[in-house]
Design a protein around this ligand. Sequence first.
Ligand code: NAI
Ligand code: MG
Length: 357
Amino acid sequence: MTSNKLNIAVIAGDGIGKEVVPEGLRVLEAAAKRYDLSFDFKEHDFASCDYYGRTGEMLPEDWKTRLEGSDAIFFGAVGWPDVVPDHVSLWGSLLKFRREYDQYVNLRPVRLMPGVPSPLANRAPGDIDFYVVRENTEGEYSSIGGKMYEGTDREIVVQETVISRHGTDRILKFAFELAQSRPAKHLTSATKSNGISITMPYWDERVEEMAKNYGDVKVDKYHIDILTAQFVLNPDWFDVVVGSNLFGDILSDLGPACTGTIGVAPSGNIDPTGRFPSLFEPVHGSAPDIAGKGIANPVGQIWAGAMMLEHLGHKEAADGIVQAIETVLSEQKLRTGDLGGPLGTVDCGKAIADALS
Ligand code: NAI
Ligand code: MG
């Protein structure tokens, strides 16, 4: 059931996370006014390297209790490598949320926005507009395997890919439903069943089986090698692209790269069942090189807020935010420095909130 009263856990984390999250909240507040929503934001200081400095842990023992009742988590960025090694900060926080909250969908929009130069020639806003759906819990990233005869000529390493029916079907179902909800109703599956001859034909089989439930969705598949080429050559061919953990990982960086700067890209880590809160964040990290200067682009964070609203059933408000972002980005004088504009983080956030109001 869609509710107008939303409980949001807010975790700014480190570096520019602390600068862009307040702008994300500003725009969500503006959306609340316009679309008759009400937010209860609960800010948390854990999942940050400051918290680690004080406590020796990234998360408190009772983090789940503290996040209880949250409809979603609005997340900035974590990491301050000079103080805490990245594997400690990331595994101790973000990856715990993803796993323990079974956020099995990683969702990234790939959309060319006005004012954002695409590295691809002759592409205009509107030409590129699709989603990458990545399986986020199994596949190639398994911990099954090992090493033998270490340090000898016979040294061997094995790491198994795990493709389960449960894991495959649930990501495909999400991707098909997303495709069905969009005008183009087109799903592309990333495969490699010519080379990976056991798990990938199985993946294809599950796609065919799932397709039977979505007769109105047009389905095609590409081997991952040519698919990456088509992302660059013909990005307008795609609507919803679904892939295993590894293929999705590659595609979900390549897609946004084809549409410009890291400062504007958002992402969702989603448990579609709603059993656990899903987490929405910008794609970028804590950017220590520019942190504290007030120059970070807040658009990735603000767009993550739009994804969060869409996930919570407020599509109109989500579309409103994306439109406000487009309005602001199309004016050079309202952009941040990374896009050749004069504004700082706060003024850009205010401009988007104003455009929404
Ligand atoms: P990064 O994304 O923080 O920065 C890469 C480059 O892009 C930097 O030059 C930065 O200044 C620029 N940049 C990033 N966001 C920007 C924005 N909003 N506006 C303007 N410029 C922006 O990646 P990096 O430097 O590899 O990682 C820094 C820290 O962030 C590390 O500790 C890393 O582990 C962490 N990280 C965390 C992520 C997360 O919380 N999901 C994701 C990626 C990295
Ligand atoms: Mg990646």
